[in-house]
Design a binder for this molecule. Structure first.
Ligand SMILES: Nc1nc2c(ncn2[C@@H]2O[C@H](COP(=O)(O)OP(=O)(O)O)[C@@H](O)[C@H]2O)c(=O)[nH]1
Ligand SMILES: [Mg+2]
Length: 571
C-alpha cells in the first residue's frame, strides 16, 4: 500500500500492530480469513477489552493467538490503553500474499451522513432491528443541540454524549454482513437518502430475522441449549423465539421453552423437511406476530439432510427476508462410542448412521454437557469430530454452567461458511435408520394417595421406565417426562438405561400431577406402550395410586419424504 500510494518515498513501515477483541475474534475467525491474516502479519497483538472477559477466557485467547503467530508480542489492554513504547517497536515483517484478502466479499461497508438532527431513539431501534445484518455501526450524531457517539458491535449498543471531533462528519459508518437481507440493505439505502421513514423503529414487528438451526441427536441437549442461547440473545438486545419439532404432539420441549418466556411454535406430526410449509409458517408467525428477530429452530433429533431440504428451500419458498446462521450440530460426548461404533447390532448401526450424517452438515459441531465429562473424554470427542466433521468449527460447551455459550452465540451471529457441501444420502437407508427407534408421546393424570414431592416421583417414574427398557434390551434415544402440579413443574430425563436421571425444578408434595412423557427407544410402538403401562403400574401399584392416560401416540417414523429437496451444487 505504501508503494502503491507513493508514501514509501517519505515513510517506511516499522511494525504492524493488530488489535483483537475476544468476541468478534471467536465469532469471525472461521468465516473471515482476514482476521487470521491480520494476526499472522502482526508484530504486536493487542488483546483489547479484557475487562469483558474472565482471566481464563483471555488466557485461552492468548494461547490461540500464540499458536497462530508465535513471533508476535502480545499485550493486554482495556479501552485500547497501551504504553507508548509500543510505537517504538522495530522488527518489521513482510506483508506477503495477504493484502488481497482485505476486500472480503462477505462484508460491505457504507457511510451514511446524517447532517441534521438525528432521532436517537429511532436510530438505535433501527440498528437493533437489523442487528442480524449489521456487524458494526458507529458514528457521531447531532441531537437536540448536543453530539453523541453511537457504537454497536457484538458486545451490544451504546450511545454516549461526546464532543464532535473536528475531523468527523456526523453520520453512521455501517459494516453489513454479506448475507444481509434485502430489507436491511434497503434500510441503509433509505437512511442515505435521508428518508425519515427509515428511522422508524422495527420494535413491534421484526422485519428481518436470523434463523439458527440447533440440531443433533436425541437428547444431545438441543432444547436446553436453545433456552440458554435465547437468554444470551436477550442480553444483546435481540428478540429470540423458538421452533420445536416432533413427529407427534404433546412435547415436553415446547413446554420447557414456553415456561422460559419464549415465543414458541411447534411443528408437530412431521420433521421440518417433510412439513416444510408448516416450518415456513412457524417462522413467518414468529417474525410477524411475535416480533422475533432470532429464530432458534430445533429439528427432530433423528433428522438429517437439512441443508438440501430446509435451508436451501428457505431462500426461495419462505417469502420473507431471513438470514441463515451457521448450522450447529450438538454431540453429547456420552455418545462417543456410538459414533465410533464400538458396538454392533441394528440399533448401533442406525444411531451411527444418523449421527454421522448430522455431523457432516455442521458448520459448528458443538460438544455438549461439558460439565459432565472429563477433559480427556472431551479431547477424544473433539478428535473424533475432526474426523467426522472436518468442515466444522468445534466448540465444547455446557448449557448448564454457561461455559462456552457466549462463543457459540457469537458464532451464530456470524456469516455462514459457504463450504459445507450437500449431503450424499441414501434415503432407503435413512428411512431404515429412523425407523429403528419407536416413539411414544403420552399424557396422563397421576394421583397418589399419600402426597409426594414432585422430584422424587419424577425420578422414580424415570427409573421404572429405564429398568423396564433395560429388561427388554432396548437402547434409549431420549426419555423425558414432566410432572406438572398446581404450584410448579419438575422434569426428569435420561439418555440411556444406565445413567442416573437428570432432574430439574421443584414442586412441593402433592397428590395430583399431570404427567407428560416423551420417549424414543429401540422398541416397537406396541412394546413401548406396554413398557409405559408396566412402569406406571410398578411405580403406582400401592393402594389408591392411579395413572389415567389422556393422550397416547406411539409409532415408528414413516420414511422421510421431503417437501423440497435441492440437488443444485450452488446455494
Ligand atoms: N449436565 C448437563 N445436562 C444437560 C446439559 N444440557 C442438557 N442436559 C440434560 O440432557 C438431557 C437432554 O437435554 P435436551 O435439551 O432435552 O436434549 P434434546 O433432546 O437434544 O433437546 C436433559 O435431561 C437435560 O437436562 C448440560 O449442559 N449439562
Ligand atoms: Mg429437544
Amino acid at each position: 500500500m505504501l508503494e502503491e500510494t507513493g508514501l514509501d518515498k517519505g515513510y517506511s513501515l516499522d511494525g504492524i500492530i493488530t488489535v483483537v477483541e475476544r468476541r468478534s475474534f471467536t465469532a469471525l475467525r472461521h468465516t473471515l480469513p482476514n482476521i487470521l491474516a491480520q494476526i499472522d502479519t502482526a508484530d504486536v497483538i493487542v488483546v483489547n477489552k479484557t475487562d469483558l472477559s474472565t482471566p481464563e477466557q483471555v488466557a485461552v485467547l492468548e494461547s490461540e493467538l500464540r499458536a497462530l503467530n508465535p513471533r508476535a508480542e502480545i499485550r493486554r489492554a482495556v479501552h485500547g490503553r497501551v504504553d507508548l513504547d509500543l510505537f517504538g517497536h522495530t522488527g518489521r515483517r513482510g506483508l506477503h500474499g495477504v493484502m488481497d484478502m482485505c476486500r472480503d466479499p462477505h462484508y460491505s461497508s457504507d457511510f451514511i451522513p446524517i447532517p441534521g438532527d438525528a432521532d436517537l431513539a429511532e436510530l438505535r431501534a433501527g440498528v437493533l432491528g437489523h442487528a442480524n445484518a449489521i456487524l458494526r455501526a458507529k458514528g457521531f450524531l447531532r441531537s437536540a443541540g448536543k453530539t453523541w457517539y453511537l457504537d454497536y458491535s457484538t458486545t451490544g449498543i451504546s450511545l454516549t454524549e461526546s464532543p464532535l471531533p473536528t475531523t468527523a462528519t456526523p453520520g453512521l459508518a455501517v459494516i453489513l454482513r454479506g448475507d444481509a437481507s434485502a430489507h436491511a440493505r434497503a434500510w441503509v439505502g433509505a437512511l442515505k437518502r435521508g428518508d425519515a421513514a427509515a428511522h422508524k423503529p422495527v420494535s413491534t414487528a421484526a422485519t428481518s430475522a436470523r434463523v439458527a438451526f440447533i440440531g443433533g441427536f436425541l437428547g444431545a441437549g438441543k432444547t436446553t441449549a436453545i433456552r440458554a442461547l435465547a437468554a444470551l440473545a436477550r442480553t444483546r438486545g435481540l428478540r429470540p423465539g423458538a421452533i420445536t419439532n416432533d413427529q407427534a404432539a404433546e412435547l415436553v420441549d415446547t413446554d420447557v421453552l414456553r415456561r422460559a418466556g419464549l415465543p414458541v411454535r411447534e411443528v408437530a406430526g412431521a420433521c421440518f423437511c417433510c412439513n416444510f410449509h408448516g416450518f415456513a409458517e412457524a417462522v413467518r408467525g414468529l417474525i410477524r406476530d411475535d416480533g422475533v428477530n432470532l429464530v432458534l429452530a430445533e429439528p427432530v433429533g433423528s433428522c438429517t439432510d437439512l441443508i438440501a431440504t430446509v435451508l436451501r428451500p428457505m431462500g426461495t419458498e419462505l417469502g420473507l427476508p431471513v438470514e441463515v446462521a451457521p448450522v450447529s450440530v450438538l454431540l453429547d460426548p456420552a455418545r462417543l462410542d456410538d459414533v465410533r461404533n464400538a458396538a454392533a447390532g441394528p440399533a448401533s448401526w442406525a444411531m451411527r448412521f444418523l449421527l454421522e450424517h448430522q455431523l457432516r452438515e455442521a458448520d459448528l459441531a458443538v460438544l455438549s454437557k461439558n460439565d459432565l465429562h472429563s477433559g480427556q473424554v472431551q479431547q477424544a470427542a473433539a478428535d473424533e469430530l475432526r474426523d467426522r466433521a472436518p468442515q466444522a468449527a468445534i466448540l465444547s460447551v455446557s448449557a448448564r454452567t454457561g461455559a462456552g455459550m457466549e462463543s457459540w452465540f457469537d458464532f451464530l451471529l456470524s456469516g455462514r461458511p459457504m463450504a459445507t457441501p450437500l449431503l450424499e444420502l441414501d434415503y432407503d437407508q435413512y428411512a431404515q435408520a429412523e425407523a429403528e427407534m419407536g416413539w411414544l408421546n403420552a399424557r396422563a393424570v397421576v394421583r397418589v394417595a399419600t402426597p409426594q414431592p414432585g422430584a422424587a416421583l419424577a425420578v422414580a417414574l424415570a427409573k421404572a421406565l429405564q429398568a423396564e427398557l433395560a429388561r427388554q434390551g432396548a437402547v434409549i434415544g431420549n426419555l423425558k417426562l414432566e410432572l406438572i402440579a398446581a404450584d410448579g413443574t419438575v422434569r426428569a430425563g435420561a439418555t440411556s438405561t444406565t445413567a442416573e436421571p437428570d432432574v430439574e425444578g421443584q414442586v412441593a408434595a402433592a397428590g395430583r400431577f399431570e404427567l407428560v412423557l416423551n420417549l424414543r427407544a429401540t422398541a416397537g410402538p406396541e412394546a413401548l406402550s406396554q413398557t409405559v403401562a408396566a412402569a406406571l403400574d410398578q411405580r403406582l401399584r400401592t393402594g389408591g395410586d392411579t395413572a389415567v392416560l389422556t393422550f397416547l401416540k406411539t409409532f415408528r417414523p414413516a420414511p422421510p419424504k421431503p417437501t423440497f429437496r435441492s440437488r443444485e451444487a450452488k446455494p
